[in-house]
Design a protein around this ligand. Sequence first.
Ligand SMILES: NC(=O)c1ccc[n+]([C@@H]2O[C@H](COP(=O)([O-])OP(=O)(O)OC[C@H]3O[C@@H](n4cnc5c(N)ncnc54)[C@H](OP(=O)(O)O)[C@@H]3O)[C@@H](O)[C@H]2O)c1
Length: 314
Amino acid sequence: MKAYYSTRYGGADVSQYGDYPDPSVTGNQVLVEVKAVSINPVDFKVKRGDLKFLSGRKFPRIFGSDFSGIVKEAGTNAEKFKPGDRVYGVISVIFGKQGALAQFIAIDQKSLWIIPGEMSFEEAASLPIAALTALNGLRRCEVVKGTQVLINGGTGGVGHFAVQIAKTKGAVITATCSDANAELARKLGADETIRYSKEDLASTNKKFDAILDAYGHMDLSVAQRLLKRGGIYASTMINPFTLFKSFFINLIWGKKLTSSNMRALPEDILEIEKLFNEKKLHPVIENYFTLDKADEAFELAEKGKPRGKIIIRI
Ligand SMILES: NC(=O)c1ccc[n+]([C@@H]2O[C@H](COP(=O)([O-])OP(=O)(O)OC[C@H]3O[C@@H](n4cnc5c(N)ncnc54)[C@H](OP(=O)(O)O)[C@@H]3O)[C@@H](O)[C@H]2O)c1
């Protein structure tokens, strides 16, 4: 099969498009002909070796986590799927596991879901990591009708889903974004925008019930100041030290700091699919690449300036 693979950790210089051995399925696995893959920050972070201690040292190696495709073959115990099913899923490329940037992948059936009727392969591949992280972040922020929520990074992969989901919950949304993306943030459902390139978030006099830091790099002292007493800050990039500090921040200032990690329980997937089917959640995809141009997709993702999601069509 054709694949985009790396011979060691690094950038485009150690990665190539070419022939790669076909995968085969074991009992619980399903062989999927891949149609689309979306690129998330975790993909370039793992690819360049930031998480070596988790991702292992097995090379050559295929990366890419979120994907969609068509079932070609189901293992003897993978009774949930049959050839021809349109599926999507997320593969965790840790401990040397192969990713999805290839014509075929073999994946455990528990990481696969049937694509709902009208969803395209590209839309399906755009959802898992970013939409599930947004959904969990808003849950951790306890966002309900009337919650004044700040979504930091409101037009990126996670953020653009978070703004739309918060809207469906009836929240009052302020989104930060670059100047170029302010109009998009409004279209997605933001009531107000703060252009981080022009306005200083630290000097706003607004107070929020919740902050979802989709960007993940907000200054904690700013977050703490912008939160009302009892407010919650959830970040996609929380670290153990911050969690340790959060205990004291809660104790002294009555504000909670927590993480907005991806959660993929069956009810989470169902909620995302329901919102999509009701046309309340719409993936923004402006950048499409082919597998032989995957280098360019990774370069764009790493610059951190995509609007919505980046898709590689296989
Ligand atoms: N913990 C988890 O489970 C999990 C899951 C998913 C993602 N993440 C992490 O979450 C982060 C975001 O992921 P993503 O997929 O949303 O990335 P992305 O698509 O690259 O989006 C990044 C966003 O950050 C915004 N941004 C850039 N500079 C900013 C600044 N100075 N202030 C405020 N916003 C700024 C960008 O806005 P403009 O485009 O308008 O410049 C864009 O909206 C990544 O670090 C990723 O690794 C964690």
